[in-house]
Design a protein around this ligand. Sequence first.
Ligand SMILES: *[C@@H]1O[C@H](CO)[C@@H](O)[C@H](O)[C@H]1NC(C)=O
Ligand SMILES: *[C@@H]1O[C@H](CO)[C@@H](O)[C@H](O)[C@H]1NC(C)=O
Ligand SMILES: *[C@@H]1O[C@H](CO)[C@@H](O)[C@H](O)[C@H]1NC(C)=O
Length: 207
Amino acid sequence: MAKEFLLTVLLALALCQMATAGDPDILTDFIVPANLTTPMIDGNFFTYTGMRVLVDAKPPTNFTVLKASMAEFPALNGQSVSYAVLQYPAGSTNPPHIHPRASELLFLVEGSLEVGFVDTTNKLFTQTLQVGDMFIFPKGLVHYQFNNATSTPAFAISAFGSASAGTVSIPVTLFGTRIDSVILAKAFKTDVATIERLRAAFPPPKA
Ligand SMILES: *[C@@H]1O[C@H](CO)[C@@H](O)[C@H](O)[C@H]1NC(C)=O
Ligand SMILES: *[C@@H]1O[C@H](CO)[C@@H](O)[C@H](O)[C@H]1NC(C)=O
Ligand SMILES: *[C@@H]1O[C@H](CO)[C@@H](O)[C@H](O)[C@H]1NC(C)=O
């Protein structure tokens, strides 16, 4: 009897976890930030104007991400969605990274992109995207984009299934933090000098 009860509880917990695989559901229509009150909320609260800077702007000279996540656009809190606008000058890359809290649906609007992700069996999936194509990067997997053109920039818009997808950049996480060089040298089956050279390009965050 006790064993069956335990199994039932475990099963219920597992199902609950599956149901909350995205952002948690909220019990109100939207979340009013702590520094606002409901009467202060109007259409402006639900409007994000931070992308207007893109209109008539000169294309950037390096890879650039403009985010509209909960941090920039507080009305997204509790709505389980966010956006990023990605601009890739010719030859630039969005280095391998992970979004721990969301899958990413990329829509290529301009140029072309080499994209890829690696699944948990270490299988690499790649594709060459052309304008109008969409590509899905599954949640939590290492992925990248690369504009392999010699002169044409690429422009993409990504939607995320979380208001706060989070980004873990693999190079920065490994070489831009204070993980001991001996540990990294062992992990990458190389010597400390090689690790120090890799580190030089990623100054650690200020303590
Ligand atoms: C509320 O806080 C947000 C984020 O800190 C800020 O951007 C916004 O201007 C604040 N609004 C008011 C009315 O103080
Ligand atoms: C990217 O280019 C902008 C100017 O176009 C510059 O301000 C910025 O520092 C550059 N970022 C990197 C990481 O090189
Ligand atoms: C980039 O383009 C060159 C020339 O077409 C090709 O040889 C190379 O494999 C491409 N790189 C990637 C990552 O697709």
